[in-house]
Design a protein around this ligand. Structure first.
Ligand SMILES: NC(=O)c1ccc[n+]([C@@H]2O[C@H](COP(=O)([O-])OP(=O)(O)OC[C@H]3O[C@@H](n4cnc5c(N)ncnc54)[C@H](O)[C@@H]3O)[C@@H](O)[C@H]2O)c1
Length: 255
């Protein structure tokens, strides 16, 4: 797919994987709408990118905020690329050390953000994309959702997080089948360990140790490598309905 000149929406685009994706897409001639709860940082990133970026401050769990962000993205050009990066993790076991059960509110919070947030943006963006003129090959665009290797290699304490990322994986094939009729592809990327602000909070020593646990190359992933894959997915029209691990071959141990 030719991406130069089209519009994109990137949720979570104010930080980490989403920020790197927004920068990379803009560098390829895409007009990017950064949709993030952190409005101040979203504004900063959009300002640094320049004319090819704008932003909407809002919450992916709020359908009205999502509609507003999609409308703004669709006004900037033919909306052809949707990247869902807003999300977060949670640590909690089925039963806590004191024998009490996993907190329900925490479990619901993670499903709401990682699953409902992805659903909200994907569905609203697909509606808008379906109204665009198709390209010569009938294609209208691509949706890339962010899963995690935790969808497959869930570690101790990742009950809520793995459930949410498993749901992102599970939505990929039915969404791709639903949207084939309008020429929209749907894929997910399952990242391993990436050097984002999340991991930057860990001491250097611990980050190095995590890097050493990767098969090859023995280091954390660079967010730009995630942004590159989004561009490669967008460009390659024959990629569809697949979950791509981007993880240096890591297989997470129980803990
Ligand atoms: N960093 C990793 O190693 C890694 C590995 C696997 C999967 N992931 C997944 O990748 C995604 C991005 O992770 P990251 O490391 O870039 O995180 P990050 O914390 O650097 O960025 C997440 C962004 O999402 C935004 N956000 C959070 N909740 C939001 C909401 N309700 N509405 C709108 N925006 C919201 C935050 O403000 C932030 O800008 C997440 O879904 C995460 O689970 C990350």
């Amino acid at each position: 797919m030719e991406i130069n000149g089209c519009a994109a929406i990137v949720t979570g685009g104010a930080s980490g994987l989403g920020e790197a994706t927004a920068r990379r897409l803009a560098a390829e001639g895409v007009t990017v709408t950064i949709f993030d709860r952190n409005g101040d940082r979203a504004k900063e990133v959009a300002g640094e990118i320049g004319a090819r970026a704008n932003m909407v401050a809002g919450d992916v769990t709020d359908p009205d905020d999502c509609q507003k962000a999609v409308d703004q993205a669709a006004a900037a050009g033919p909306l052809r690329i949707v990247v869902n990066c807003a999300g977060t993790g949670w640590v909690g076991r089925v039963i806590n050390r004191d024998g009490s059960p996993h907190d329900l509110g925490a479990f619901q919070f993670i499903q709401n953000l990682n699953v409902i947030g992805t659903f909200n943006v994907m569905t609203r963006a697909a509606s808008a994309m379906a109204t665009t003129e198709p390209m010569d090959n009938g294609e209208r665009g691509v949706i890339v959702n962010t899963a995690s290797v935790a969808a497959f290699d869930g570690q101790i304490g990742q009950l809520a997080y793995s459930a949410s990322k498993g749901a992102v994986v599970g939505m990929t094939l039915p969404a791709a089948r639903d949207l084939a009729v309008v020429g929209i592809r749907v894929l997910a990327i399952a990242p391993g360990l990436f050097d984002t602000p999340l991991l930057a909070m860990l001491p250097e020593e611990q980050r190095n140790a995590l890097g050493q646990s990767v098969n090859f190359p023995k280091r954390l992933g660079n967010p730009a490598e995630y942004g590159n894959l989004v561009v490669q997915i967008a460009r390659n029209s024959y990629l569809n309905a697949e979950v791509i691990r981007l993880d240096g071959g890591i297989r997470m141990p129980p803990k």
